[in-house]
Design a protein around this ligand. Sequence first.
Ligand code: NAD
Ligand code: TYD
Length: 354
Amino acid sequence: MQNTILITGGSGFIGSNFILQWIASERTPVVNLDKLTYAGNPRNLQRVSSDTRYCFMQGDICDRDLVHSILERHKPRAVVHFAAESHVDRSIRGPDDFIRTNVNGTFCLLEEARAYWMALARQDRELFRFLHVSTDEVYGSLDPHDPPFCETTRYAPNSPYSASKAAADHLVRAYFHTYDVPTLTTNCSNNYGPYQFPEKLIPLIILNARKGKSLPLYGDGQNVRDWLYVEDHCEAVRMVLARGRIGETYNIGGWNEKRNVEVVDTICSILDDLCGNDPVLPHRTLISFVKDRPGHDRRYAMDACKIEHELSWKPRETFESGIRKTINWYLQNEAWVNEVTAGNYRQWIATHYS
Ligand code: NAD
Ligand code: TYD
């Protein structure tokens, strides 16, 4: 076994932040297996693309022969599984890819990882880890006065996306209990930060506001999400990988519950200060309440006490510091923005918001 880790979905939003952080801090080799769907972008990893510790393999996690050969060739000490279809609205319009990648893809990886792990020498078997990255959405929706989700909260997924992630979580759990594969699962709240594809709320609002386009809030805008800066999430995943107890799940959250309307209002105020020459000012006049998402979960909130007590992880960023960093990143990375908002993106926006 080598000191390499295999990342799936490393060219997406969280995976690319994870790889950049890993190369800068852990300094050991990373193999990135990514299909490069609309959400994957090799430009995110330009900074490490010629680093000898970084190896990119374009491919599908559902391709078992490919997964098998990557495991045999690189002999990783861990698999960190980010690859997924991740956008709830797309899962409502077309769930097929979500079942294929999130459920069948996770199953393929687990099967190949199990065979690889079983063939390892005894001391390597003890060191190997399969870390599955999941979401708080598997727990369903909270009422305003409910306590936040904890690791023992009953699963109650409501969207095709969250149902597919829940199915994957159950498979991971089964591979630990049935076959002893040393798994770890993390369930995280909503992330935001650099490289997030602008179909998700925060980057969509930043980009639309700058262009004087309307800022669509679903329903009454009172839905609550618990926001976490992406680098904090990546650090938490690294800690779980290094010191998490096998077979366990860890909830990761920002202790940052915000109503959507508050999030959009905060972005608008910061942009009013930073971008005084934008076509429409103040930016909040662009807010428009639009038809609600079907089955829209009202509130998510995470109790992240277990990871804090066991692994001493706490988020470093507040929402106020993280959102400023994020806005500045989008302002400073116009070339990235222009590239990802060309082509298919326009089609998605036109169809979804028409
Ligand atoms: P993303 O959509 O930005 O990136 C997904 C990546 O997976 C892309 O690079 C894509 O090309 C790749 N991919 C998709 N299908 C693939 C396949 N069949 N084979 C190989 N690669 C494939 O997603 P993200 O926001 O970075 O989320 C990463 C993970 O974290 C997902 O598992 C998601 O469920 C989970 N998660 C996300 C959030 C969030 O707020 N974004 C919160 C909690 C958990
Ligand atoms: P999103 O970023 O899609 O993440 P998720 O659905 O996984 O939580 O959405 C965050 C919240 O913002 C969610 O309550 C839906 C809402 N939302 C809007 O109001 N308008 C939009 O255009 C989008 C994309 C999301």
